[in-house]
Design a binder for this molecule. Sequence first.
Ligand code: ADP
Ligand code: MG
Length: 445
Amino acid sequence: MVQDAWGGISEELRSEIGESNHKNWIAPLECLGVSDGVAKFRAPSRFVGDWVKRTYHDQIFAHLRAISADISRLEFIVGDKPRPAGPQAQTMTAPANDPLQGSPLDGRYSFDNFVVGKPNELAHAAARRVAEGGQVTFNPLFLYGGVGLGKTHLMHAIAWEVQARHPGLQVLYLSAEQFMYRFVQALRDREIMDFKNLFRSVDMLMVDDVQFIAGKESTQEEFFHTFNALVDQNKQIIISADRAPGEIKDLEARISSRLQCGLVVDLHPTNYELRLGILQRKAAQFAQSYGSIQIDDGVFEFLAHKITTNVRVLEGALQRLFAFSSLIGQEVTLDMAQDCLSDILRSSDRRVTVEEIQRKVAEHFNIRLSDMLGPKRTRTIARPRQIAMYLAKDMTSRSLPEIGRRFGGRDHTTILHGVRKVEEMRGTDSQLNEDIELLRRLLES
Ligand code: ADP
Ligand code: MG
């Protein structure tokens, strides 16, 4: 019987995780036995169950598996009086479905899988430093940057690394949204002391996307207290946000200033080399799950050039190529990639705005932006204007009337005329072709 073995397992866990962790988290568990491959435990409170599941699940599971191969998962039931696991019992099985869980860590988000380039080298170095553990030199570490630039990846990498180096340390990673959710839940269930104890007992706290709590007063308040309590104990805190602390609207000034006390580093938008590196690294990873596929030269370069906003999108594109290629059993050519990714490529193109095109073209030909938009019809102005119209039609998804409006309210036929004119000239004028290609590259980079 598993219940009989539990005493021994619990003792082994004591030596693995230490006396105080054992007392707090393992000793309060009651093993209820196994049915249908599910090993059930009762935890005295939701927080204990939640915490155990997040922190010790794998260890407990490994021990149980060693005594019975039939066990396929663990379940934690909440309640302090013995009662059957009926409909009224709170179970916490699937981490993904249970909003009370701290976010599970993604195994792929390791330092090994993080490609370092100029735009992220500082953030990476800071994350590495924090992950070494040891003396807390800057607290908090505040990482910020746009969507998909690797903030969450770096935070998970820190958590993995710390757990590997210092298995005894309690690392809690969660999104600010979950922080709020847990807080609200704790208030409702009158478990606020448990909540406070839980957060104050961690050795490292990571809160992702902290901009989420802006404007949410009591959550901010609680976050502030948690934050201060941990800093006072010299526990490392790592925060991420989509912008700098001072730029988060509706974030209390005292919080924003505390967030700036440590080290604030930003992840810059990716550059071409970094994107290329990421594609190569991800391709090697995908090859492991999808099997190797043949990718023609130039495809990665093309993607790194075209998809510039968000690494997640880049990754999605690559994944689709892998799926598609292994499905139809063909190599990935440039044509195939363009076809298969036309929607992604189109929406990435939308990034360039008509205004940017006008600005760049005006700059390139040394004319004033006001002239480009204005009525002058001299050739030195009209020609660049037509080139800008051509690029606007070519590089954005704007319609002719929309482009016309942006060119000082011109009619769509005027735009069409300009576009045709440039197309016609491109056939013979090599200087014009060079100008256009240069401008296109500038605008796409
Ligand atoms: P953020 O949290 O900043 O929005 P994520 O960390 O979720 O971004 O990153 C989005 C995706 O891009 C993830 O799959 C991540 O692995 C990947 N990614 C981002 N930057 C890098 C990088 N430098 N090297 C490898 N993968 C990266
Ligand atoms: Mg993120």
